[in-house]
Design a protein around this ligand. Structure first.
Ligand code: NDP
Ligand code: X2W
Length: 341
């Protein structure tokens, strides 16, 4: 299998390249940059890849269509709207890590992304690749979910699918390390601003609100809205999404719903006996760990969901979709150990 990767100089792209190098079914990885760029060895563009002379070539759809079996775009927002057209026209398999093709309704896209939507026909053919609940086989355009959306949806799935909560009572307090913002410089992710600080951002305006809602509506049309807030943490990697909702179910029913939903899925671990997960148990891996706690005094369920934003929230889930698309084993390329201590 020969794959093309655009965006290896970015945070998600560099992790995806590392994962693809370990994938048993990947024979060759071709790296591509901006269409108007000059060919450059990887180690020059990303010094952390010292000794790796793989060329980053200018993006050329004709070369990729002829020589590769699939293309990954680990590129900034808006790039695939601009550059994916030849692949869509050729019905060539694309896994897109950006949010460009995640929302099916162009009006919703324009409202939340504040720019024109990609072509409606392409949006509607795009497959939302939330890997635990969808199968990418047979879908040539796979929109990989956002990082907060992944953590939050995996935490909410059993509750919403099994109608265990009041649908209008969902509150999500989500927090991310700074790598979630990508490599570009910004005042909010500057060391002096992030270190020893917590910053809320995009309050009620985060682009993952409509993405989460789109999927929740598939599971239960009666979910009217969610309260969703994001906070930047003074750490590099990891997302913790803490979810609250009102419920009539008891602790045993809730635990049973989570166990039944995830028992057979290799990358979601439900912690036993109300234990709560922490970031260090998932950073460096493709796991999503879930802790579930019921408070009878308030009839509230709290779910804590943790992931590595660059793996389960981006490159790792992209590989899950790759494995599904080609019918490889679910865990191929994804048997990763967490960083210790
Ligand atoms: N970081 C995260 O945790 C997550 C990110 N995502 C999404 O994944 C995508 C990548 O994110 P991230 O890795 O953080 O981003 P970065 O900003 O770190 O990297 C962006 C990459 O895109 C490349 N790029 C930008 N414009 C073009 C272009 N016109 N042609 C070719 N390459 C281009 C950049 O190349 P160059 O350096 O040469 O400009 C760089 O390699 C984004 O859409 C992001 O929203 C999704 C889930 C989680
Ligand atoms: C810390 C931080 O800034 N995180 C990014 C999420 C990155 C991501 O997954 O977003 P996309 O939908 O753009 O792919 C944010 O909150 O916008």
């Amino acid at each position: 299998m020969n794959v093309a990767l655009v965006g290896v100089t970015g945070y998600s792209g560099m992790i995806l390249y590392q994962l693809l190098q370990q994938h048993p079914e990947v024979a060759a990885i071709r790296l591509f940059g901006h269409p108007d760029s000059q060919t450059q060895p990887l180690e020059e563009a990303v010094p952390n890849f010292i000794g790796d002379q793989t060329p980053i070539e200018p993006l050329d759809p004709a070369v990729i269509l002829a020589d590769c079996n699939l293309i990954f775009f680990a590129t900034s927002a808006g790039v695939t709207t601009e550059l994916a057209a030849p692949f869509i026209a050729a019905d060539f398999p694309v896994i897109d890590l950006s949010g460009d093709y995640r929302l099916q309704d162009p009006q919703v896209f324009t409202k939340w992304y504040h720019k024109p939507a990609p072509a409606v026909s392409a949006l509607q053919q795009s497959h939302y690749g939330l890997a635990e609940f969808a199968n990418a086989a047979g879908h040539s355009y796979i929109a990989n979910p956002g990082c907060y959306a992944t953590a939050t949806l995996l935490g909410l799935a059993p509750l919403v699918q099994q109608h265990l909560i009041a649908p209008d009572s969902i509150i999500v307090d989500a927090k991310s390390g700074t790598s979630g913002a990508g490599k570009k410089l910004a005042t909010s992710t500057h060391f002096s601003q992030t270190n020893e600080n917590l910053q809320l951002y995009k309050v009620n305006q985060h682009q993952h609100i409509p993405e989460i809602m789109q999927q929740l509506k598939v599971w239960d049309q009666n979910v009217p809205a969610i309260q969703f807030t994001t906070t930047l943490l003074p750490i590099t990697r990891g997302i913790m999404s803490t979810i609250y909702a009102k419920t009539d179910a008891n602790a045993e029913q809730l635990a049973g719903a989570f166990a039944a939903t995830y028992a057979a899925l290799p990358f979601v671990r439900v912690l036993p006996n109300g234990q709560m997960p922490n970031l260090k148990e998932v950073v460096g891996t493709n796991f999503c760990d879930l802790g579930v706690s019921y408070n009878p005094a308030t009839q509230t369920v709290m779910v804590v969901s943790v992931i590595d934003n660059l793996i389960k929230g981006a490159a790792g889930q992209a590989l899950q979709n790759f494995n599904q698309y080609f019918g490889f084993a679910a865990t191929d390329g994804l048997q990763l150990a967490t960083w210790l201590p």
